[in-house]
Each structure stands twice: as C-alpha cells, then as structure tokens.
Write a protein that binds this ligand. Structure first.
Ligand code: NAD
Ligand code: UDP
Length: 336
C-alpha cells in the first residue's frame, strides 16, 4: 500500500515507518518538524534500506495538503501529527485545538475529497475519565480532564460522525497507554525537547548524568508499593499494532476504537528497579509528593485488540528499559 504518515518523523511515527517499510509498504511522511528532526529520515533509511518520501507540511495548511493529495495517490493515512504535552495544553489550549483538531479537520477534508478512505488515528488513554477502573475497556466512560485529552476525544468524535455520514470510510482510532523504549538498533527513539516530563525519558537522562536525580511522585497511593501504576508499552509493539490496524481496515468498514497497551500495570518503583537492574546503572532518586492530576492506576483491557487485530505485545519491561537506555547512550542529545 501507499501510505501517508503524518507526524512520521516523530517518536511513534518513525518506528511505525520502519515497520511499514519492513512490511513492504511505500510511505510518504508529512510533518512540520515542530517536534522532530529530518535526521529521523536518515535513520529510518539506515534501518530499512529505503528513505521515505518526505514533505515538510503543517496539517493546518489546507492548500499544501491539497497539493500533496493532487500529486500522490494514497491507499491509507496514518495520522500521528499533533502536539502532546498535557501541562502545555492547560497553559495554551488554543495550540492544542489548532494543531490537533483544526489540523485533523484540514487533513480529513482533503483526504475525503481525494477518495482516501482508510485512516488510522493516534488517540490516547487520556480520553478516559480519571475515575475509570483498570483494566480500562474501550466502552468505559470518556471524560478527558485537560485540553490535550479533549482534543484527542474531539477528533475521535469527528471521525465517528464522518463514518456515519460516509458508508465507505474505514477508520481505527488507537488509544495508546504509555509508549516507551526505542528501536533495538538504537537508531531511532524518543528525543524530547527540554527537560522531559515522562518517567522513562527522565530515567534515561538521570542515568546519563544529564539530570541529577529522579523524583518519585507520590508514595502513598493505594497500590502494592505505594507508587502509581501505568501500562508501559514498547514502541515496537505499538508500531506492530498499527500494521495490524491497517490490515484490519482492508476488510472492515466504519469506526473502530481500540486500546493499545500490555494489559499489565507497572509501578514507578518497579520501573526504577528494573531499569537499574537491566542496565546496571544506578539512578539517584528521592521520594516526593504526588504530581497534581495523576491517577493511582491506569492500565488497559487488551481483549479487544487481541480479538479484532490478533495483536498482543511481545516486548517485556526489561526490553523497554534496555532499548530506551541504548538509544539514550547512542544519542545523548537526541538527533542533534
Ligand atoms: P512526537 O511529538 O514525537 O511526534 C509528533 C509529530 O507530529 C512530530 O514530528 C511533530 O513535528 C509533528 N507535528 C506536530 N504538529 C504538527 C502539525 N500541526 N502539522 C504537521 N506535523 C505536526 O509525538 P509522538 O509521541 O510520536 O506522538 C505521536 C502521536 O501519538 C501524537 O498524536 C500523540 O498525541 C499521540 N500519543 C502519544 C503518546 C505518547 O506518550 N508519546 C501517548 C498517546 C498518544
Ligand atoms: N513519574 C515520576 N517521576 C517523574 C516522572 C513521572 O514519579 O519524574 C511518575 C508519574 O507520577 C506517573 C508515572 O511516573 O505516576 C508515569 O508518568 P508519565 O508522565 O510517564 O505518564 P502519565 O502520567 O502521563 O501516564
């Protein structure tokens, strides 16, 4: 298939491009490079032997999208492009509705008019309400608590209504839990700008000596060791999930919402311990207060992904820690 990958130079998109090319698909990436580097293209090429097509493009640039769809015929779109920092979304909500919602509308509008009917959308477990009981099923109440989560939910709703109105459409929104890790080659990975907020990149930068110590946010949660529990999923498993979604849409129409997680919860302390053990590197840390807005426990019910996609995760927590650290060591400053 010929696949347009928006946001394909970013963290999850770049890994999915590697998987798509390995499966024989031809890809074109469209990305405005606001949170990624063109070096990712060279790295994807080093891993898969083929440099993907690339178009520097903002999703809100309707004439630019029009030109792209006029010039190339796509069988499917994987839509990763968007902004994703929860705290920033609270401080600057318009940035989130503009990039994530308006950008998606412009993309879908152009795609529809050019007859592209298959689409996989990057959604997030943040669409679920804070009080959802884990394991969280796809039919759990949706109640995002910040502009980022709301922007993802809005796009899901827009896609659902588009599918109602257009019988020929085939769409899957994938609700990711906590993507971590990197390609085992260490050539592509997550390159956060500035000080990372997320646990795994923070751990990596402490291990590398770029940050002094990790603060474990909250030790009094009602969990087995008192620290918060999340469903960390290796980005290679996530990429494979996207391939399965594309295959599924070959024979299934309408709108589908599917969780991508491991179905297992891991606490902050378990992650910290695994990282130190697997990589034989000490992580200076201290125990601090809960981070405002954090939930005690979030992990996925993955029965639907198993049933409809025939997909289960293959990579372990140890793999996540090893691969994240390899990427960090090989690329201390990301793609710079
Ligand atoms: P990323 O920032 O590494 O990748 C996103 C890419 O989109 C970047 O290359 C960026 O330059 C590009 N982009 C942003 N706004 C754009 C715009 N308006 N036009 C064109 N390109 C634009 O992020 P990621 O972690 O790879 O996330 C990919 C997708 O998955 C995002 O939509 C994100 O919301 C979603 N998601 C990520 C996580 C996570 O923890 N990483 C979890 C759930 C969902
Ligand atoms: N966390 C932590 N210290 C950090 C960063 C994160 O203790 O420096 C905790 C955080 O409170 C949460 C878990 O690690 O319980 C995962 O956080 P992350 O931001 O990676 O994911 P999210 O909370 O968005 O699921």
């Amino acid at each position: 298939m010929k696949v347009l990958v928006t946001g394909g130079t970013g963290y999850i998109g770049s890994h999915t491009c590697v998987a798509l090319q390995a499966a024989g698909h031809e890809i074109t990436i469209a990305d405005n490079l606001s949170n990624s580097s063109p070096e990712a293209l060279a790295r994807i090429a080093r891993i898969s032997g083929t440099r993907p097509g690339f178009q520097a493009l903002d999703m809100r640039d309707a004439p630019g999208l029009e030109k792209l769809f006029d010039a190339q015929c796509f069988d499917a779109i994987m839509h990763f492009a968007g902004v994703k920092a929860v705290a920033e979304s609270v401080a600057d909500p318009l940035k989130y509705y503009s990039n994530n919602v308006m950008g998606s509308i412009a993309l879908f509008d152009s795609a529809l008019r050019h007859g592209v009917t298959r689409l996989v959308f990057s959604s997030s477990a943040t669409v679920y309400g804070e009080n959802s009981r884990s394991p969280i099923r796809e039919d759990a109440p949706v109640a995002p608590v910040n502009p980022y989560g709301r922007s993802k939910h809005m796009v899901e709703e827009i896609l659902t209504e588009m599918c109602r109105a257009n019988a020929g459409l085939r769409v899957m929104a994938l609700r990711y839990f906590n993507p971590v890790g990197a390609h085992p080659s260490g050539l592509v990975g997550e390159a956060p700008v500035g000080t990372p907020n997320n646990l795994m990149p923070y751990l990596c930068q402490v291990a590398a000596g770029r940050l002094e110590e990790l603060t474990v946010f909250g030790t009094d949660y009602p969990t087995p060791d008192g620290t918060a529990v999340r469903d960390y999923i290796h980005v290679m498993d996530l990429a494979e999930g996207h391939l399965r979604a594309l295959e599924f849409l070959e024979s299934h129409g309408g709108m589908h919402l599917v969780n991508l997680g491991t179905g297992r919860g891991t606490s902050v302390l378990e992650m910290l311990t695994a990282f130190q053990r697997v990589n034989q590197v000490p992580i200076p840390h201290r125990f601090g207060a809960r981070r405002p807005g954090d939930t005690k426990e979030t992990f996925a019910d993955v029965a639907l992904a198993d049933r409809v996609l025939g997909w289960r995760t293959q990579y372990s927590l140890d793999d996540m820690c090893r691969d994240a650290w390899r990427w960090q060591k090989m690329n201390p400053k990301g793609y710079e």
